[in-house]
Design a protein around this ligand. Structure first.
Ligand code: PMP
Length: 326
């Protein structure tokens, strides 16, 4: 895996400054792209405004596509894509499960992503790789796929405050009906139903159960709760195995915090001291209440809060510098 800083230096030498699109963002409205935004589409760098996709595509009609959500962070050494390898390995896993051809290696996808950031003048950004299918109304995967890489500036998905969460009446898909561990576009209609339901009822986010009534995860994030200084989260099987979830395991180990993967119900969570969601877009987001049951500890006194700060430092590569200051 090439080092981010080396890739950045190569891009600086290879591309003219005029090849970097000016990117601005209106804080009130999410700008996914503007007239200068460049995307990588099927082997070419093209202006986002000048691209098109067929109305007869299998992804549009049936939800057959695989994607990733990745963040890059501005650091003193230039932008750093956090856990690029893990994300692109998961993209390959998702593609394989759906029999979708993905003719790029993990390293190639990583290098292209750095070039995407460079060309769009982005550092703190959200990168969205999408592998989608062309014209085909049959229910069989075609050999040919399309590969898109695009990026934009995106605030934390669930915001910076603590969340009021409702247990959704929508369950996560049964793992015998699909590959829940694959990030497939069509799976997200389930997340959209749950989010719409929660928002319409006045909550910030939904918590979804699995087909056995155990807590699985949020609409786009994994879920942890803490009780008597132990962290609990759902085991793999009925969830998307988040890369942020894995990072929390790593950080918890460094802190000496115990994490237990087990099945639990909303009732177990009502008794908890605190809880949080984890995801690339949401990062580590504190939860205030579930179904109007408020947690015992204020967020600032929880293990989740400690882990949220540690996560911020890790993604921005600030740990070493903090260590030096101590
Ligand atoms: N669960 C679901 C359903 C998701 O969409 C996401 C976001 N990819 C996650 C969990 C968290 O995964 P990650 O930490 O890899 O972003």
């Amino acid at each position: 895996m090439p080092r981010a800083i080396d890739l950045w230096m190569v891009l600086r030498n290879r591309l003219e400054p005029s090849e970097r699109a000016a990117f601005f963002i209106d804080k009130k409205k999410i700008m996914y792209y503007n007239k200068n935004t460049v995307v990588y589409l099927d082997g070419k760098w093209v202006k986002s405004k000048e691209t098109s996709a067929s109305l007869y595509g299998q992804s549009l009609h049936y939800g057959l596509g695989v994607f990733e959500g990745i963040r890059s962070y501005k650091t003193e050494d230039g932008p750093m894509i956090f856990k690029a390898r893990e994300h692109f390995e998961r993209l390959h896993y998702s593609a394989r499960k759906m029999h979708i051809n993905l003719p790029y290696t993990v390293d190639e996808l990583t290098e292209l992503s750095y070039e995407l950031l460079y060309r769009n003048n982005l550092e703190d950004a959200y990168i969205r790789p999408l592998v989608y299918m062309g014209e085909n109304m049959s229910l069989q995967t075609d050999k040919q796929s399309h590969v898109l890489l695009c990026a934009w500036e995106w605030e934390r998905y669930l915001g910076d405050g603590q969340l009021n969460v409702m247990t959704s009446s929508f369950q996560r898909p049964n793992p015998k009906s699909c590959f829940v561990e694959a990030k497939v576009t069509g799976h997200y209609t389930n997340s959209i139903l749950a989010t719409n339901q929660a928002k319409r009822a006045g909550y910030d986010e939904a918590l979804l159960l699995d087909m056995n009534g155990h807590v699985a995860e949020g609409s786009g994030a994994n879920f942890f709760y803490e009780k008597d200084n132990i962290l609990f989260t759902a085991p793999k099987g009925n969830i998307l195995q988040g890369i942020t979830r894995q990072t929390i395991f790593e950080l918890a180990k460094e802190f000496g915090y115990q994490v237990v993967e087990k099945y639990f119900t909303p009732k177990d969570v009502y008794q908890a001291d605190g809880a949080f969601f984890t995801g690339t877009a949401a990062e580590v987001a504190g939860i205030k209440s579930i179904d109007y049951n408020y947690f015992k500890l204020p967020w600032e006194q929880t293990m989740g809060f400690e882990l949220a700060s540690a996560y911020k430092n890790r993604v921005q590569k600030k740990e070493y510098k903090n260590f030096e200051l101590v």
